[in-house]
Design a protein around this ligand. Structure first.
Ligand code: SF4
Length: 461
């Protein structure tokens, strides 16, 4: 089954899947041909994507695209469902520490208009609910809640408040007014400790005053109590410590995968599959143990390809550091079509990639991890990490992909670009990618192509 790396269309994957089955491929319960996600779930975008040809990538896609069905099944089996909103990576670690509990992000509806090529009508429905295109695509979450048909309604909804974007704050408040009670917890805007204040080290090389860590720890204590009440069990430190260790297992594997693919001279896996793999860190795609198996498979594939000197993207490709997730997954294919490759990322949840400290009381460790969220601190902190990683991975250019309507990035993109230009002098652009970017594909292609050409021209002769 060690075929050379290749990109396949959905049609080609039909044949490849048949062949793999004939050759004895064994799949998990959620496995099967990718085509069914178009026929059954109307994920039409899959017909316009290029996929990696490995069985590990097949498993990744099937895992991602069956999440809602798996959540419905979990409820039918008696599991409790927690809808975590906005914190991207902290509350799920707590929820999965309890038996028979799953957490997912309703925010994930963000990608539904892309996957269904707007055939879901979620964005149009959001508009009738007062959320027009001046809001970011996360507005799809509101009609997804109201009308059902996507994810199951959670038994408990939890959302961070305070240092969050205006879009999410407005949408979550509207959700509550529509009759979906929310347990809010406060996330202060991270700041540097003043002189004379006790400082706490955070993951990612950051720091915050102890008073902020104490505040978040107390807030997470309230969340933990609510989770325990839902589960009918006390969420104690022993369980939380186990949950942190398991989350770190996911993060360690992901870190190995990112290093194997991003830091290497050539990329063993394509950018699109790597984006999906990174997303597993935030809530384990609703199955923590399986997400570890999926990532183990990808890592084994990437390492095997590297040993065989076979790569998904040529060594000549321009090394691009990419900031923010793309609203249209197809943009990741486009980058590689025009001769670029990803050598590092900041998809807005770098705090979910960093290890959670295991040598601190669990709630304290989680509070520090939550405060390391790149979106709750100054853009300069985020820019500094991006520059550090650009240097470490030899980035030749930087792309900040703007999300249409997103209130978090009105100025942030410019701050990151200026910082990167000043510190490392690599070419850097900001571009906007809508949930279905076909209409702007020509413009996107020429801007990315120009960036790639400039990056290549700067190489020493
Ligand atoms: S504005 Fe930005 S941070 Fe806020 S929900 Fe949209 S993408 Fe996320």
């Amino acid at each position: 089954m060690n075929a050379s790396p290749r990109k396949l269309t959905l049609d080609e994957w039909d044949d490849r899947h048949e062949q793999l089955r004939r050759d004895g491929l064994r799949e998990p319960t959620y496995g099967g041909p990718l085509r069914r996600h178009v026929v059954r779930d109307r994920n039409f975008r899959l017909q316009h994507l290029q996929f990696d040809n490995s069985p590990a990538a097949l498993r990744l896609w099937n895992f991602l695209l069956t999440e809602n069905q798996r959540l419905h099944q979990a409820r039918a089996n008696g599991d409790k469902l927690v809808g975590a909103m906005k914190d991207l990576g902290t509350v799920p670690v707590m929820a999965y520490s309890l038996p028979s509990m799953r957490a997912f992000y309703p925010d994930g509806a963000w990608w539904t208009p892309c996957l269904m090529e707007c055939g879901d009508m979620l964005l149009q429905q959001a508009e009738t609910m007062g959320l027009d295109s001046s809001f970011c695509p996360v507005r799809a979450m509101l009609p997804a809640f109201e009308h059902g048909g996507h994810f199951p309604r959670p038994d408990l909804l939890v959302c961070s408040a305070g240092a969050i974007c205006d879009d999410f704050s407005a949408i979550a408040q509207r959700l509550e007014h529509l009759g979906h009670p929310i347990l809010w917890w406060e996330m202060p805007r991270r700041r540097q400790p003043d002189s004379g204040e006790t400082a706490c080290a955070l993951p990612g090389g950051l720091s915050a005053p102890k008073i902020q860590v104490d505040c978040v720890r107390a807030e997470l204590g309230r969340v933990g109590q609510a989770l325990g009440e839902l589960a009918g069990k006390h969420l104690d430190d022993v369980w939380l410590a186990d949950g942190i260790r398991a989350a770190n297992r996911v993060r360690r594997t992901l870190e190995s995968l990112r290093r194997t693919v991003y830091a290497a001279p050539a990329a063993a896996l394509p950018a699109l599959e790597m984006l999906v793999a990174e997303m597993l860190a935030i809530h384990f795609c609703s199955d923590r143990e399986e997400s570890i198996a999926v990532l183990d498979g990808l890592l084994a594939e990437a390492q095997s390809r590297a040993r065989r000197n076979q790569f998904a993207v040529s060594a000549d490709a321009a090394r691009i550091f990419w900031v923010n997730p793309v609203a249209d997954l197809r943009a990741m294919n486009l980058l590689e079509e025009i001769g670029g490759r990803i050598c590092g990322t900041d998809y807005m949840f770098t705090h979910a990639l960093d290890l959670i400290p295991e040598d601190l009381p669990p709630l304290e460790a989680l509070a520090r991890a939550a405060l390391a969220d790149p979106m709750v601190g100054p853009a300069s902190d985020r820019a500094a990490r991006i520059v550090r990683e650009c240097r470490a991975n030899g980035a030749e250019a930087l792309v900040v992909s703007r999300i249409p309507g997103a209130s978090h990035c009105a100025r942030e993109g410019e701050i990151i670009l200026q910082f990167a230009r000043r510190e490392i002098g690599i070419p850097a652009i900001e571009l906007e990618i809508s949930p279905v970017c076909d209409a702007m594909r020509t413009g996107l292609r020429s801007r990315l192509q120009a960036l790639v050409e400039i990056a290549r021209d700067r190489r020493p002769a």
